[in-house]
Design a protein around this ligand. Structure first.
Ligand code: 6PG
Length: 255
Protein backbone atom coordinates (compact mmCIF):
# COMPACT_ATOMS: atom_id res chain seq x y z
CA UNK A 1 0.00 0.00 0.00
CA UNK A 2 1.60 3.32 -1.00
CA UNK A 3 1.05 6.03 1.53
CA UNK A 4 0.25 9.55 0.35
CA UNK A 5 3.04 12.10 0.45
CA UNK A 6 3.30 13.87 3.83
CA UNK A 7 1.40 17.14 4.06
CA UNK A 8 3.74 20.14 4.05
CA UNK A 9 2.72 23.46 5.54
CA UNK A 10 5.05 26.34 4.68
CA UNK A 11 5.50 29.44 6.82
CA UNK A 12 7.47 32.64 6.19
CA UNK A 13 9.88 32.01 9.07
CA UNK A 14 10.51 30.03 12.27
CA UNK A 15 8.41 32.39 14.38
CA UNK A 16 5.35 31.94 12.16
CA UNK A 17 5.96 28.18 12.03
CA UNK A 18 6.22 28.04 15.83
CA UNK A 19 3.02 30.06 16.35
CA UNK A 20 1.13 27.73 14.02
CA UNK A 21 2.55 24.68 15.79
CA UNK A 22 1.56 26.11 19.20
CA UNK A 23 -1.98 26.74 17.95
CA UNK A 24 -2.19 23.20 16.59
CA UNK A 25 -0.89 21.66 19.82
CA UNK A 26 -3.52 23.51 21.87
CA UNK A 27 -6.23 22.36 19.47
CA UNK A 28 -5.07 18.74 19.61
CA UNK A 29 -4.79 18.84 23.40
CA UNK A 30 -8.32 20.17 23.81
CA UNK A 31 -9.64 17.62 21.32
CA UNK A 32 -7.91 14.73 23.12
CA UNK A 33 -9.16 15.85 26.52
CA UNK A 34 -12.69 16.31 25.22
CA UNK A 35 -12.62 12.61 24.38
CA UNK A 36 -10.82 11.28 27.45
CA UNK A 37 -9.00 12.50 30.50
CA UNK A 38 -5.52 12.99 29.12
CA UNK A 39 -3.39 14.31 26.26
CA UNK A 40 -0.06 12.60 25.64
CA UNK A 41 2.72 14.37 23.77
CA UNK A 42 6.31 13.30 23.03
CA UNK A 43 8.78 16.16 22.64
CA UNK A 44 12.02 16.31 20.68
CA UNK A 45 15.25 18.10 21.37
CA UNK A 46 17.39 20.21 19.08
CA UNK A 47 17.23 23.92 18.36
CA UNK A 48 14.14 24.11 16.14
CA UNK A 49 11.48 23.57 18.83
CA UNK A 50 12.99 26.11 21.27
CA UNK A 51 10.81 28.93 19.91
CA UNK A 52 7.72 26.72 20.05
CA UNK A 53 8.41 25.65 23.63
CA UNK A 54 8.84 29.27 24.73
CA UNK A 55 5.53 30.15 23.05
CA UNK A 56 3.72 27.36 24.89
CA UNK A 57 4.85 28.99 28.14
CA UNK A 58 3.57 32.42 26.99
CA UNK A 59 0.14 34.01 26.45
CA UNK A 60 -2.22 33.01 24.92
CA UNK A 61 -1.03 29.41 24.65
CA UNK A 62 -0.03 29.05 28.32
CA UNK A 63 -3.55 29.83 29.44
CA UNK A 64 -5.23 27.87 26.65
CA UNK A 65 -3.43 24.56 26.88
CA UNK A 66 -5.09 22.16 29.39
CA UNK A 67 -1.88 21.39 31.32
CA UNK A 68 -3.65 19.44 34.10
CA UNK A 69 -4.51 16.60 31.73
CA UNK A 70 -1.36 16.82 29.61
CA UNK A 71 1.34 14.16 29.91
CA UNK A 72 4.79 14.96 28.54
CA UNK A 73 7.16 12.32 27.23
CA UNK A 74 10.21 12.53 24.95
CA UNK A 75 10.86 11.10 21.50
CA UNK A 76 14.48 10.70 22.48
CA UNK A 77 17.02 11.69 25.10
CA UNK A 78 20.75 11.83 25.44
CA UNK A 79 22.31 9.63 28.11
CA UNK A 80 23.36 12.50 30.32
CA UNK A 81 22.14 13.76 33.71
CA UNK A 82 18.88 15.73 33.62
CA UNK A 83 20.72 18.98 34.38
CA UNK A 84 23.26 18.49 31.59
CA UNK A 85 23.22 21.21 28.94
CA UNK A 86 22.71 18.51 26.27
CA UNK A 87 19.66 17.02 28.00
CA UNK A 88 16.40 17.22 26.01
CA UNK A 89 14.58 17.13 29.34
CA UNK A 90 16.52 20.19 30.54
CA UNK A 91 15.70 22.00 27.27
CA UNK A 92 11.97 21.42 27.79
CA UNK A 93 12.12 22.10 31.55
CA UNK A 94 13.85 25.46 31.10
CA UNK A 95 11.82 26.68 28.12
CA UNK A 96 8.33 25.49 29.06
CA UNK A 97 7.76 22.84 31.73
CA UNK A 98 9.01 24.96 34.64
CA UNK A 99 6.84 27.88 33.48
CA UNK A 100 3.42 26.21 33.19
CA UNK A 101 1.04 24.50 35.67
CA UNK A 102 1.91 20.98 34.53
CA UNK A 103 1.68 18.47 37.41
CA UNK A 104 5.10 16.97 38.12
CA UNK A 105 3.56 13.49 37.92
CA UNK A 106 2.70 14.25 34.28
CA UNK A 107 6.37 14.55 33.29
CA UNK A 108 7.66 11.19 32.05
CA UNK A 109 11.41 11.74 31.71
CA UNK A 110 13.75 9.30 30.03
CA UNK A 111 16.35 8.56 32.76
CA UNK A 112 19.31 8.94 30.41
CA UNK A 113 21.73 9.00 33.33
CA UNK A 114 21.06 5.26 33.80
CA UNK A 115 22.88 4.56 30.55
CA UNK A 116 21.28 3.62 27.22
CA UNK A 117 20.32 0.00 27.82
CA UNK A 118 18.84 0.37 31.30
CA UNK A 119 17.23 3.75 30.50
CA UNK A 120 15.51 2.26 27.43
CA UNK A 121 14.04 -0.55 29.53
CA UNK A 122 12.97 1.85 32.30
CA UNK A 123 11.32 4.12 29.74
CA UNK A 124 9.56 1.19 28.09
CA UNK A 125 8.15 0.17 31.48
CA UNK A 126 6.86 3.74 31.91
CA UNK A 127 5.30 3.69 28.42
CA UNK A 128 3.64 0.32 28.97
CA UNK A 129 2.33 1.42 32.37
CA UNK A 130 0.88 4.62 30.93
CA UNK A 131 -0.53 3.23 27.68
CA UNK A 132 -1.25 -0.29 28.87
CA UNK A 133 0.63 -3.17 27.30
CA UNK A 134 -0.48 -2.24 23.81
CA UNK A 135 1.89 -0.25 21.66
CA UNK A 136 2.19 3.31 22.90
CA UNK A 137 -0.48 5.42 21.22
CA UNK A 138 0.60 9.03 21.61
CA UNK A 139 -1.90 11.74 20.79
CA UNK A 140 0.96 13.80 19.38
CA UNK A 141 4.64 13.27 18.61
CA UNK A 142 6.73 16.35 17.90
CA UNK A 143 9.81 15.63 15.77
CA UNK A 144 12.66 17.43 14.10
CA UNK A 145 14.77 16.29 11.18
CA UNK A 146 18.54 16.33 11.02
CA UNK A 147 20.44 17.29 7.84
CA UNK A 148 21.24 13.59 7.45
CA UNK A 149 17.54 12.79 7.68
CA UNK A 150 17.58 11.41 11.22
CA UNK A 151 14.63 12.00 13.47
CA UNK A 152 14.40 11.44 17.20
CA UNK A 153 17.58 9.37 17.58
CA UNK A 154 16.83 7.14 14.61
CA UNK A 155 19.84 7.55 12.34
CA UNK A 156 20.26 6.49 8.69
CA UNK A 157 21.15 2.82 8.35
CA UNK A 158 20.85 2.17 12.10
CA UNK A 159 19.61 -1.25 13.28
CA UNK A 160 17.07 0.59 15.45
CA UNK A 161 15.07 1.29 12.28
CA UNK A 162 14.19 -2.38 11.92
CA UNK A 163 12.85 -2.88 15.44
CA UNK A 164 9.19 -3.86 15.62
CA UNK A 165 9.03 -5.34 19.11
CA UNK A 166 10.45 -2.56 21.23
CA UNK A 167 8.87 0.76 22.21
CA UNK A 168 12.18 2.39 23.05
CA UNK A 169 15.73 1.41 22.18
CA UNK A 170 19.26 2.28 23.26
CA UNK A 171 21.46 4.06 20.69
CA UNK A 172 25.16 3.50 21.42
CA UNK A 173 27.30 6.32 20.01
CA UNK A 174 31.03 6.86 20.53
CA UNK A 175 32.38 9.86 22.41
CA UNK A 176 32.28 12.82 22.01
CA UNK A 177 28.69 12.01 20.97
CA UNK A 178 26.26 11.01 23.68
CA UNK A 179 24.60 7.62 23.57
CA UNK A 180 20.86 7.99 23.53
CA UNK A 181 17.45 6.42 24.02
CA UNK A 182 14.91 6.73 21.22
CA UNK A 183 11.31 5.84 20.56
CA UNK A 184 11.07 3.28 17.77
CA UNK A 185 9.38 3.76 14.39
CA UNK A 186 6.33 1.67 15.33
CA UNK A 187 5.69 4.04 18.24
CA UNK A 188 6.18 7.14 16.11
CA UNK A 189 3.92 5.66 13.44
CA UNK A 190 1.34 4.65 16.01
CA UNK A 191 0.68 8.24 17.04
CA UNK A 192 -2.58 9.98 16.18
CA UNK A 193 -0.67 13.07 15.05
CA UNK A 194 2.96 13.65 14.12
CA UNK A 195 4.38 17.12 13.51
CA UNK A 196 7.85 17.32 11.94
CA UNK A 197 9.34 20.79 12.34
CA UNK A 198 12.13 21.84 9.96
CA UNK A 199 13.59 25.30 9.49
CA UNK A 200 16.60 26.71 7.72
CA UNK A 201 18.17 26.19 4.29
CA UNK A 202 20.36 23.35 5.56
CA UNK A 203 17.23 21.20 5.89
CA UNK A 204 16.01 21.91 2.32
CA UNK A 205 17.68 18.84 0.70
CA UNK A 206 16.25 16.33 3.19
CA UNK A 207 12.84 18.03 2.98
CA UNK A 208 12.93 17.77 -0.81
CA UNK A 209 13.98 14.11 -0.70
CA UNK A 210 11.25 13.15 1.74
CA UNK A 211 8.40 15.36 0.55
CA UNK A 212 8.98 15.57 -3.21
CA UNK A 213 10.97 12.47 -4.00
CA UNK A 214 9.48 10.07 -1.48
CA UNK A 215 13.01 8.88 -0.76
CA UNK A 216 12.23 7.20 2.48
CA UNK A 217 14.68 4.38 2.89
CA UNK A 218 17.70 6.67 3.15
CA UNK A 219 16.08 9.12 5.56
CA UNK A 220 14.55 7.89 8.81
CA UNK A 221 12.48 11.08 8.92
CA UNK A 222 10.90 9.81 5.70
CA UNK A 223 10.00 6.52 7.39
CA UNK A 224 7.70 8.37 9.79
CA UNK A 225 4.43 7.66 8.02
CA UNK A 226 1.62 7.02 10.52
CA UNK A 227 -0.64 4.40 8.92
CA UNK A 228 -3.78 5.93 10.40
CA UNK A 229 -2.45 9.05 12.11
CA UNK A 230 -2.05 12.54 10.69
CA UNK A 231 1.46 13.61 9.57
CA UNK A 232 2.33 17.24 8.92
CA UNK A 233 5.73 18.64 8.01
CA UNK A 234 5.83 22.25 9.24
CA UNK A 235 8.48 24.16 7.28
CA UNK A 236 9.81 27.65 7.02
CA UNK A 237 10.42 29.00 3.52
CA UNK A 238 14.13 28.21 3.67
CA UNK A 239 13.58 24.56 4.54
CA UNK A 240 10.91 24.36 1.81
CA UNK A 241 13.00 26.24 -0.76
CA UNK A 242 13.70 23.17 -2.94
CA UNK A 243 10.15 21.87 -3.02
CA UNK A 244 8.57 21.81 -6.47
CA UNK A 245 5.32 23.17 -5.00
CA UNK A 246 7.04 26.21 -3.51
CA UNK A 247 8.96 26.82 -6.73
CA UNK A 248 5.64 26.77 -8.61
CA UNK A 249 4.15 29.20 -6.08
CA UNK A 250 7.12 31.51 -6.45
CA UNK A 251 6.85 31.37 -10.27
CA UNK A 252 3.14 32.13 -9.95
CA UNK A 253 3.86 35.01 -7.59
CA UNK A 254 6.36 36.50 -10.07
CA UNK A 255 3.97 36.29 -13.07
C1 6PG B 1 17.83 15.45 19.37
C2 6PG B 1 16.58 15.57 18.56
C3 6PG B 1 16.92 15.43 17.10
C4 6PG B 1 16.57 16.76 16.46
C5 6PG B 1 17.20 16.89 15.09
C6 6PG B 1 17.00 18.31 14.53
O1 6PG B 1 17.79 14.88 20.47
O2 6PG B 1 18.84 16.01 18.92
O3 6PG B 1 15.57 14.78 18.97
O4 6PG B 1 16.26 14.38 16.44
O5 6PG B 1 15.15 16.86 16.35
O6 6PG B 1 18.59 16.65 15.23
O7 6PG B 1 17.68 19.21 15.38
P1 6PG B 1 17.63 20.79 15.12
O8 6PG B 1 16.24 21.22 15.45
O9 6PG B 1 18.65 21.36 16.08
O10 6PG B 1 17.99 21.03 13.67
Amino acid sequence: MTLPQPAARIYPDLDALSCAAADLIVTLAKRALAGRKRFSIALSGGSTPRTLYALLASPPWKESLPWEGTHVFWADERCVPPDDRDSNYRLALETVLSRVPLPLANIHRIPGEEGPDRAARTYEDELRFFFGNAAAGFDLVLLGAGEDGHTASLFPGAPTLASTARLALPVHLDRPLHSRVTLTLPVLNGADHVLVLAAGRAKAPVVQEVIDNGNRKKYPAGLVRPASGNLIWMLDRDAASLLRELAADQRAARE
